[in-house]
Each structure stands twice: as structure tokens, then as C-alpha cells.
Design a protein. Structure first.
Length: 168
């Protein structure tokens, strides 16, 4: 897909730096990640944007990852009034009260163990799938879990960057 066929990517490539930065920070809260993507504008197509995003994510240190994670609400508690948060966590909407309560408990246990929210690319996942994932990952070492978080952030960023490039 070329930038001429994607109005969102053209808009991003030609936007003032402050506006482009704001758009990127809506995708990912890491300022280092956003700076690295800004430095490589203009992008010829979405694939180049994804590649730059993936590369920047792979290079983020612990502080930068924490900053990126801080932009994500806990699973089952999307940010009120945030359509992105609600859309991405749609799988929790139909969960039973029991499952929602179990997710809350698991989220709290996970946060106590790792010091940050449980992060998963929730788009398209059911509540049961998310519950099973947190159950499985809570036993990981902090190092392994940091890499899981990085992988999930890559997936989330690609979905959000697709919307940006398409002009959604």
C-alpha cells in the first residue's frame, strides 16, 4: 500500500511534528518509541511504518516499556470515554460477573507480582481467552514476562498504526 492510497499515512507524514507526535502517543505512550518513529518520517507505506515501530519496540529499555504500559488500562476496565480502549477490550463486555471478578483478582495478583498491568493484545479475544492467558503468564519470570509484554505491545501498535495509516 502506497502513501498515496492511504490518506491517514499521507496526513501523518505531512503533519507538523507536534501533531504527528500526539498521534503516535495515542498509539503507544512511550516517548522514546514516538521519537524514533518521528525521526524516520516520511514513510512510503504502512509496511515501512510497521517495520520502524517493531524496530523501535525491540530497542526499548525497561523505563520505556513501563512508560508504554502506563498507557494501557487493566483488562476488564477500559478507560471511560476512550473508544480505542473499549473497542480493544470488547471481548470482556459479555463476560459473566464471575469471570469479571476473576479477571479483577488475576489482574491484581499479576500487578503485585510484576509491578504493572497485565498486557495482552485483546482485540478479537474472548474474556475466557484473556483469563487463561493471565493464568498462564503469571508464573513467568520477570524477564520472560517483559518479553511477552514487548510482543503484545508490537501487536497492539500494529493494529493502532493500521488505523492511523488508513485514516480511521
Amino acid at each position: 500500500m502506497s502513501s498515496s492510497s492511504t490518506p491517514g499515512l499521507t496526513r501523518f507524514n505531512t503533519a507538523e511534528e507536534g501533531d504527528a507526535r500526539a498521534s503516535l502517543l495515542e498509539v503507544c505512550a512511550s516517548t522514546t518509541w514516538a521519537d524514533r518513529l518521528l525521526a524516520k518520517r516520511p514513510y512510503p507505506d504502512a509496511a515501512a511504518l510497521f517495520a520502524a515501530s517493531d524496530c523501535a519496540m525491540a530497542e526499548l529499555g525497561e523505563h520505556d516499556l513501563a512508560e508504554a504500559m502506563a498507557g494501557h488500562p487493566p483488562i476488564g476496565r477500559p478507560t471511560p470515554g476512550d473508544p480505542t480502549s473499549s473497542r480493544e477490550q470488547r471481548g470482556m463486555a459479555g463476560a459473566t460477573e464471575e469471570l469479571k471478578a476473576e479477571m479483577l483478582e488475576l489482574n491484581l495478583a499479576y500487578q503485585e507480582r510484576f509491578g504493572h498491568v497485565f498486557l495482552i493484545c485483546a482485540t478479537g479475544l474472548t474474556a475466557a481467552h484473556m483469563r487463561d492467558a493471565v493464568r498462564e503468564r503469571i508464573g513467568n519470570t520477570p524477564e520472560r514476562e517483559r518479553e511477552n509484554v514487548r510482543t503484545e505491545l508490537v501487536k497492539i501498535n500494529r493494529i493502532r498504526l493500521t488505523r492511523l495509516a488508513e485514516g480511521a
